[in-house]
Design a protein. Structure first.
Length: 345
């Protein structure tokens, strides 16, 4: 039995994880492996977990969720050799190129599937015009066999039509699917064969040449609240290295141990500069210390929700990602310093 490999890409905050959550929740009897950068971003119902290790969570519906951690090749090779999976869905970084993982579809144990690119219908047109990130978003779209226009319920008819038109300019041959809250069925994302010639196909027999080159998927979105990746209770944007796309994207993380004042946190989040393209994390608020408060910011939209109970292993933490020229460095430092003060109380 070979597993069909689907790659899901899209810019920061485009809704990739929401889409993955929807696939896990409505597997419909299919055995799906979802490969992500970190478990913290995926809403795994703990009542469904049958076993767990450091990098794998197995669910009672037959699905599994794997964390890439440090070794992409090891995770992908292990999944290819299982022989009991119907589909493997891999999420790329928000600034990554989906083509980097496409070649794994020709590895023994896998069958090539579609490359799916999520585009935020409320922000796609603006992002494609952006002088700093437009090239990244356009490049991702050119890789798509399927474009999922996410947040379709928030865009309005005119906004949705504009997003569709702008995405079509870069993905003319791709099938376009609209989604609100990740409500896309697995069958809609897994055509019989990818149709996009821009992806390039391996010549017959290439799968006998060994593993595809390892790919680093962690390009600026470490897991908030993950003790292994968390910095001390302070902000250090100067230590954040530019990602593979030169000096366009930079990130910083802030952490804290105690409960957070919700009002102070919201005040800081409502004054983010336009250079902040993504912010996410989990915090413990003083007014609800037993709950995990999830913070999401993308496309100029802020969402603060709760997700289950606070766990002993949880740590309050936020990741901030900026894009832009030299001024973005100062704005990253300013934002991270202010949020560090809030998280430190």
């Amino acid at each position: 039995m070979t597993a069909r490999l689907t790659v899901i890409g899209g810019y920061l905050g485009a809704g990739k994880t929401t889409l993955l959550n929807g696939l896990l929740a409505a597997a419909g009897g299919s055995r799906i492996a979802v490969v992500v950068n970190d478990f913290g971003a995926v809403n795994i119902d703990r009542r469904l977990i049958t076993s767990a290790t450091d990098d794998t969570v197995e669910l009672s519906n037959g699905c599994i969720c794997c964390s890439l951690q440090d070794d992409t090749s090891a995770v992908m090779t292990r999944l290819a050799g299982r022989g009991d999976l119907d589909h493997v869905v891999v999420e790329t970084s928000g600034v990554g190129d989906p083509a980097a993982l496409r070649t794994w579809g020709n590895y023994p144990g896998f069958t090539p599937g579609a490359t799916v690119v999520c585009a935020d219908s409320t922000a796609a047109a603006r992002l494609l015009r952006d002088e700093f990130v437009g090239d990244t978003v356009a490049r991702q779209l050119t890789r798509a066999d399927i474009v999922v226009l996410t947040k379709a319920d928030l865009a309005g008819q005119a906004g949705l039509a504009d997003a569709r038109r702008r995405c079509r300019e870069h993905a003319a041959d791709a099938r376009v699917v609209e989604s609100a809250g990740g409500d896309v069925h697995l069958k809609d994302l897994l055509p019989a064969a990818p149709a996009n010639p821009a992806m390039g196909e391996q010549a017959p027999g290439d799968s006998d040449l060994g593993e595809p080159a390892p790919v680093d998927l962690d390009l600026g979105e470490p897991a908030p609240g993950d003790p292994a990746s968390a910095k001390p209770a302070s902000a250090d944007p100067a230590a954040a290295e530019p990602d593979a796309h030169g000096t366009v994207h930079r990130s910083a993380s802030v952490t804290g141990a105690g409960p957070v004042d919700r009002s102070a946190l919201l005040a800081a989040l409502r004054e983010l500069p336009v250079s902040v393209v993504r912010l996410k994390g989990v915090v413990r608020c003083a007014d609800s210390p037993r709950a995990r408060t999830v913070v999401q910011y993308a496309g100029g939209r802020l969402e603060v929700t709760t997700d289950g109970d606070w766990r002993d292993a949880d740590t309050s933490g936020l990741v901030i990602i900026v894009a832009g020229g030299g001024r973005a460095d100062a704005e990253l430092r300013s934002v991270s310093d202010r949020l560090a003060e809030v998280l430190l109380g």
